[in-house]
Each structure stands twice: as C-alpha cells, then as structure tokens.
Design a binder for this molecule. Structure first.
Ligand SMILES: [Zn+2]
Length: 152
C-alpha cells in the first residue's frame, strides 16, 4: 500500500489543503496524484458548503412547486418560534402537495390542519417527504392530546 498525497490550493477559499488516498502501489499513487492535481480543486469544507447550497436550492424549488399545487388550500397557523414556523410551513406545504392528488376527505384534512405544532412537522420531516401513504399514516396516527393546542 502506498499513500498518494498532494497539497492543493482551494479554488474557492484559497486555503491550502492536503488530499490523500491509499493506493495499491507507488505507480497507482503517482497516477492518482496526477489525476487529483487536475480534478480536485475545492477543499472539503467548501465542497460541503457547495453541496449543502445545492440541496437547499433543490428543496426551495420543490417547495415553490408544492405551493403552486396547494394554491387555494387553507392551513391553520403553526405554533413555534419564527424559524420553526418558517421551516415547518415549507415541510407541511410539500407534504400537502404530495397528499392533494390522493384526495382525502374533510376529516383527514381537518386532522392534517390540526397539527399546528411546528416542532411536529420538523421532527417528522423525513417521513413528510415520503409517499402519500406514509405521510397519511403519520397524520392519522398523530395523537391530538400531545398537541400544545389541547388544554390539560
Ligand atoms: Zn475551500
């Protein structure tokens, strides 16, 4: 085993960073170093930042699309901090857009709307982006007694 190791200057932040990889032998390591010199141009921190920005842009586009699908639907106000409400409102909009084509009766949507705890939407965000059956199952099994709206 040989270690390929080169120093690269990040094209984004200008910081020098070390890129290493374990190779089979010196020839492989040299070949890899040559390849890496031309192809690895961004440090791990900047790469991570760029990937997160890309994910964010994708999610924003999905949210905008979802808001078009649910246009005209009324939802109750969410309860939480400003930040929680903004985040939960997007998650809920995307979930509603997934559910809308399935129909759902008034009782189902009432239940959907009764989940006003922003934290609930945030905690269930992973499930809320799954298929309509999964989302509906979580909405239906939601226990109103746990809602902060319910007295006692
Ligand atoms: Zn960088």
């Amino acid at each position: 085993m040989e270690k390929a190791s080169i120093t690269i200057i990040c094209a984004v932040c200008g910081q020098e960073f070390r890129h290493t990889r374990t190779c089979y032998n010196r020839d492989d390591a040299t070949r890899y170093e040559d390849w890496a010199r031309d192809n690895i141009t961004v440090c791990p921190a900047c790469y991570g930042k760029a990937m997160r920005a890309k994910d964010r842009a994708k999610l924003d586009a999905q949210t905008a699309e979802a808001r078009k699908v649910i246009e005209g639907m009324e939802f109750s106000d969410l309860i939480g901090t400003e930040k929680q409400i903004a985040l939960a409102s997007d998650i809920r909009a995307r979930a509603a857009a997934i559910l809308k084509p399935c129909g759902g009766n008034a009782k189902f949507w009432e239940r959907f709307n009764n989940i006003t705890d922003a934290k609930w939407w945030i905690e269930h965000r992973e499930y809320m982006s799954m298929g309509p059956r999964t989302i509906a199952r979580y909405i239906i099994t939601w226990i109103p007694e746990r809602s902060p709206d319910t007295p006692c």
